[in-house]
Design a protein around this ligand. Structure first.
Ligand code: URP
Ligand code: ZN
Ligand code: ZN
Length: 451
C-alpha cells in the first residue's frame, strides 16, 4: 500500500465512523477498523481529525471571457485555490462559439486546462448555437464524456426560449442534463434602463434591477418547460425563496429537478450592495433579502437543495472599479473556490447542519448528478480524493491567506470554526497546513456519464 491514513473519523454522506483508510495507485483500497501500518510506505496519523471526500465544485468560470475582460483565475490559479480549500474536482463552463460543435468547444478549452490544472476537472458546455447540425453535436459531446450543458436566460449570449426548448428536447433523447441560469432578461433590461435614466447608478441598483421576482419567475418558467418536455433540469446558483418553493413543489410532484446554491447566498444579503465596496459583491443573480437567505438554509436541510457550488468568477479590483459610477459596467462574479468547503464545514462544526449533509451536498450529490463515478465518496475503488479536517482551528479568511490570483475576496474577515489541514488528489498531497504543495498539470480530465 502507498499510504494509510489512520485513526481519523471517516465522514460519508450517511455516516461517521472511526477507521483507517488504505491507498494504492491513487485509489482507496481498504477502509477498516485497523490496517497494519507495516503494510504501507507512508502513514498519516489523523487522530482527532475528520476524514472527508474532496469537494466537487460543479460551477466555476476560470479564465472566462466575460464582462469585457477575462476572469482573473486561470486554470492553474483557480485549481490551486480549489486544492487549498479541499476541492479536488472542478466543473468549468465552456462557452460555445457560434458555429462551433459542442465537442470542439470542449477541446478548445481543454488546450488551456490540460497541463495547467492542479486538481481534476471536467466541463459543462454553455450552449449558444444549435442551428443546423449543432443541436445533434450535443449527443456527440455526451459520448465524449461531457454530458452536461447550460443555457443562460440572460446576458448578451443568452438563448431564446425556442433554443432552450430544443436543448431540453435533445437532452431527453440523449441522456444529457441541462443546467439553467434563470433570470428574466427583459425585466432586467427594463429596470436597468429606468434606473440609469434616473441617475441611479450605484451597486445597490444591480440588486434592484434583478430582485427576487426576476429570478423566481424564470425558475418557475424553466421548471415548467422541463416538466412539459419530460426531462430533468438543474438550476444553477439558486438564490431566492420563491424559486426554491417552485423546486420543492416540482420535487414533491415527482419531477427530477435539481437545485444548486452557493455559499455567498447563504452568508450575505442584498445589504452588501449598500457597502462602500458593494461592487465587489456584484454577481448574477445578486444576493437577495434575509428571507431568501434563511429559506436557502432550510432548503438544504429539507433536501430540496441538492448541491453547493461556488460560481467562482473573480475579477480584479481595478476591473470591479469600472462600475464605480455605473453598476452595468461591473464585471459580474466573485471569488469563492477556496471558501466553499471550509465555509460549509464550519457551519456543520457550529451545529447548523450535520457533517454528513455537507459531504452529501458538496461531494456525493454532484458526483452522482453529473456522473463522475470515481469521485464523491470515501469508498473502496474510488479515487483517493481526501481532505483531513481539524475541527479545532479558528480561521479568519483574509485574501493574503488565499491561493487565487485575485487581489481581494468578498469573504475577507469571515471567521470559520475548523479548517482543512491536508488535501489529497488521487493520493497525492496537494495542500498541507496553509501551503499549496501540488503541481501544475497534475489534474486530469474526468469523463462523465449520467445514468
Ligand atoms: O455573476 C456571475 N454569476 N458570473 C458568472 C457567470 C454566471 O452567470 O454564472
Ligand atoms: Zn450564471
Ligand atoms: Zn456561473
Amino acid at each position: 500500500m502507498d499510504m494509510i491514513i489512520k485513526n481519523g473519523t471517516v465522514v460519508t454522506a450517511s455516516d461517521m465512523f472511526k477507521a483507517d483508510i488504505g491507498i494504492e495507485n491513487g485509489k482507496i483500497v481498504e477502509i477498516s477498523g485497523k490496517i497494519d501500518e507495516s503494510l504501507a510506505k507512508h502513514v498519516v496519523d489523523a487522530e482527532g481529525k475528520l476524514i472527508l471526500p474532496g469537494a466537487i465544485d460543479a460551477h466555476t468560470h476560470l479564465a472566462m471571457p466575460f464582462g469585457g475582460t477575462i476572469s482573473s483565475d486561470d486554470y492553474y490559479a483557480g485549481t490551486r485555490a480549489a486544492a487549498c480549500g479541499g476541492t479536488t474536482t472542478v466543473f468549468d463552463f465552456v462557452l460555445q462559439d457560434f458555429g462551433e460543435t459542442m465537442v470542439d468547444a470542449v477541446k478548445r478549452r481543454d488546450k488551456l486546462c490540460a497541463g495547467a490544472a492542479a486538481v481534476d476537472y471536467s466541463y459543462h458546455v454553455a450552449v449558444k448555437d444549435v442551428s443546423g447540425e449543432l443541436l445533434d453535436s450535443i449527443e456527440d459531446c455526451v459520448k465524449f464524456g461531457v454530458p452536461s450543458f447550460k443555457v443562460f436566460m440572460v446576458y448578451d449570449f443568452g438563448v431564446t426560449d425556442g433554443v432552450f426548448y430544443k436543448v431540453l428536447k435533445k437532452a431527453k433523447e440523449c441522456g444529457a442534463l441541462i443546467g439553467v441560469h434563470a433570470e428574466n432578461n427583459e425585466i432586467i433590461n427594463t429596470l436597468t434602463s429606468e434606473f440609469l435614466a434616473e441617475g441611479k447608478t450605484s451597486a445597490w441598483y444591480h440588486y434592484m434591477s434583478r430582485p427576487e421576482f426576476v429570478e423566481a419567475e424564470a425558475d418557475t418558467r424553466a421548471i415548467q418547460w422541463a416538466k412539459a418536455v419530460g426531462t430533468k433540469l438543474y438550476i444553477v446558483h439558486l438564490a431566492n425563496k420563491d424559486g426554491l418553493a417552485a423546486v420543492t413543489k416540482a420535487k414533491d410532484e415527482g419531477y427530477e429537478i435539481y437545485a444548486e446554491t452557493c455559499p455567498q447566498y447563504l452568508e450575505f444579503t442584498c445589504d452588501v450592495y449598500k457597502r462602500e465596496d458593494g461592487r465587489n459583491f456584484v454577481c448574477s443573480p445578486p444576493m437577495k433579502g434575509e428571507e431568501s437567505r434563511q429559506a436557502l438554509w432550510e432548503g438544504i436541510k429539507r433536501g430540496d437543495i441538492d448541491t453547493i457550488a461556488t460560481d467562482h468568477c473573480p475579477f480584479q479590483s481595478y476591473e470591479k472599479d469600472w462600475g464605480k459610477d455605473d453598476f452595468t459596467k461591473i464585471p459580474n462574479g466573485c471569488a469563492g473556490i477556496e471558501n466553499m468547503y471550509p465555509y460549509m464545514l464550519s457551519a456543520a462544526n457550529e451545529g447548523k447542519l450535520p457533517f454528513t449533509k455537507v459531504v452529501e451536498i458538496c461531494s456525493t450529490n454532484p458526483a452522482k448528478i453529473f456522473g463522475c463515478k470515481e469521485k464523491g465518496s470515501l469508498a473502496i475503488g474510488k479515487d483517493a480524493d481526501i481532505v483531513i479536517y481539524d475541527k479545532n482551528i479558528d480561521f479568519t479568511i483574509t485574501n493574503d491567506k488565499m491561493h487565487s490570483d485575485c487581489d481581494h475576496t468578498i469573504w475577507e474577515g469571515i471567521k470559520l470554526k475548523g479548517y482543512p489541514v491536508q488535501t489529497y488528489s488521487r493520493g497525492r498531497l496537494v495542500y498541507d497546513n496553509g501551503k499549496f504543495v501540488g503541481e501544475k498539470g497534475w489534474g486530469s480530465f474526468v469523463k462523465c456519464k449520467i445514468d
